[in-house]
Ligand binder design. Sequence first.
Ligand code: FAD
Length: 341
Amino acid sequence: MPGMQPKPNHPKNNVYDVTIIGAGPTGLFGAFYAGMREMSCKIIEALPEVGGQLAVLYPEKWIYDAPGYPKILAKDLVRNLWEQASRWNPTLCLDERVTMLRVGEDSPMVLETDKGVHYTRTVIICAGVGAFSPNKLKNETVERFEGRGVYYFVKDKSPFRGKRLLIVGGGDSAVDWALNLKDYAREITLIHRRDQFRAHPASVTELMSSSVNVMLYHELKEIRGDDHIESVVVFDNRTGAETILNVDYVLLNLGFKADLGPIKEWGLEQQAKRYIKVNCRQETSIPGVYAAGDVAAHPDVEPLNLIAIGYAQAAVAVNYAYTYLHPEAKVFPGHSSEMRL
Ligand code: FAD
């Protein structure tokens, strides 16, 4: 494609060549490839930010198996992926959940969302494990401070600098955040309702010998304060004994629910209930609709839910979507190194 230049990517008739559902690493890399093929591309993402699991579950963690990076923080990989996709100026709709797909004979496909409708000629579903929502604690005092000192995931660790923090949970997120923030926050207490962790054993060993104050068999009873958190009451679930801790922030790492939700009702053939079945072209059972990344599974193949796998599947899906629109075209897109940009 020598001499090919990026151009504005908004079709005049508002019908996009491809619409990608989900802005995780798979969707973002798919958007890049769509641009390489000069396809107009829209991405619709349920979360208020791009990055999928990397942004929500582990933005501050190192990734060691992202191609081309000996190690990279998840949030930095997301930033780079978005920068790479942005070369082609895709349309990005954030905070918008796709609820319905309608496929007609000779008309564009219609995607309905909680905010409106979108028209497209092909669809690539990169919905990962589904749209996320954190498991919450049913407690009136917790609800009162949500977003004002109570957090369910860390997007930015800067508020915790030099502060006193209570972390609740016993999984990887709770343990990793305690370790990650221990030299950043002034003081960290981690409470867990049992004595067994659901975290990596090496991380638990590190936690137990760290400066983090770990209180096993403890649960959160109450958060106290007026316009900001001043203290919390925790209790020993074996004896009922209560302890008051002076803290500034509470981080609840109680896990996430992720549900494909409405996508399961679109009539797509599924595999093992939670996957959309695809063939080696990443085609689903509906012509013109593709799936890639964590959401997709090939028959009789154990899915490998990894970033690198999603990249490859996204490239396959986009290039076959291109030939769906242009049957005379080659699937192979050419080499990006031969493009003059
Ligand atoms: P996701 O990242 O899940 O993104 C899907 C996106 O689709 C989400 O943003 C979601 O909100 C959106 N979405 C879902 N439904 C809808 C809808 N109806 N409408 C609009 N948007 C929707 N992999 C590695 O290769 N290396 C690692 O080191 C690594 N570490 C990991 C650590 C942890 C703690 C976890 C949980 C996973 C890790 N993974 C790692 C796995 C990796 O994160 C996933 O394989 C990858 O995120 C899959 O990308 P995806 O784009 O397919 O899906």
